[in-house]
Design a binder for this molecule. Sequence first.
Ligand code: UD2
Ligand code: MN
Length: 286
Amino acid sequence: QNRLIHPCHTPKLATKFCPNLSTTLRDPTLAFPNNLTLHTVRERNPAVWAGGSQPWACTPMQRVAVLIPHRDREQHLTHLLAHLHPMLQRQQLHYTIYVIHQTGDFMFNRAKLLNVGFLEAMKDVAWDCVILHDVDLIPEDDRNLYLCGQQPRHLVVGRNFTGYKLRYKGYFGGVTAMSAQQFRDVNGVFQTSSGGGGEKMMSYGRGNFYVGMKVDRPPAEVARYTMIFHDRDEHGNRINNERVALLYRPREVMYSDGMNSCRYKLLSRTVNPLYINVTVNIGTDK
Ligand code: UD2
Ligand code: MN
């Protein structure tokens, strides 16, 4: 028995696959009340169990892990969970949300946390698809399906902050969907490009130029996000001035810097109703 599956769930009932487009989609309500608590989010999502859910009426084609790198953004996390859980249930997905929390106050390393998240999530279930998700981006349209495709998918075409326009063609930041196979093929995410945008271009470059992958995006009217306002965190996530140089590193680096070089100390792993929390010390080494 898989401990991530709700004990009342009887998969035998669901003999048919879920339709390509769920019939329960609707326009989500975008509200960000200051006093929202995890407790309230929990009450509003009674069917969520151990960080996720799966549909009762049908069997989805993919199992999806949502990986959220996190430190000191509790309020963002509450709002994200408040929006993601209802949407992912309406999309009739089999999913679990993982929050990968970096301890200490060394430079925040989003890329490395994503590699950790992938490795840790795979210990639970052989997920078919991983969604790499910023904590402050709220999807505005239910039709933006959190599923993987033949190519890596970039789910953010536009944000409220950028007038809902794609910033540049190679943009691959914010929220992306990669099949487990695609993620492994590119050895996860470059860790040395942490702290300032290198990795969002690098992982695109990795897939695009080295392994023959191209990036897909949903239509612009669907791939819309609200970014919750925040100041740039100079200490935690400074702009990496080397990022352009990093882009031109030789392709060999892909095989030496990434998931296979990811060393970390797992400090705790807790199964909460709304997410699985993985707390790690990733040290200073990149
Ligand atoms: C951009 C990208 C992001 C990533 C980053 C460079 C967009 C919309 N986002 O984010 O995907 O490429 O540049 O690394 O293009 N975080 C914390 N605590 C911190 C710092 C970061 O939890 O102290 C996490 C959190 O999930 C956050 C993400 O890292 O959403 C990206 O950091 P950011 O939101 O401070 O930076 P931003 O918006 O420039
Ligand atoms: Mn942000």
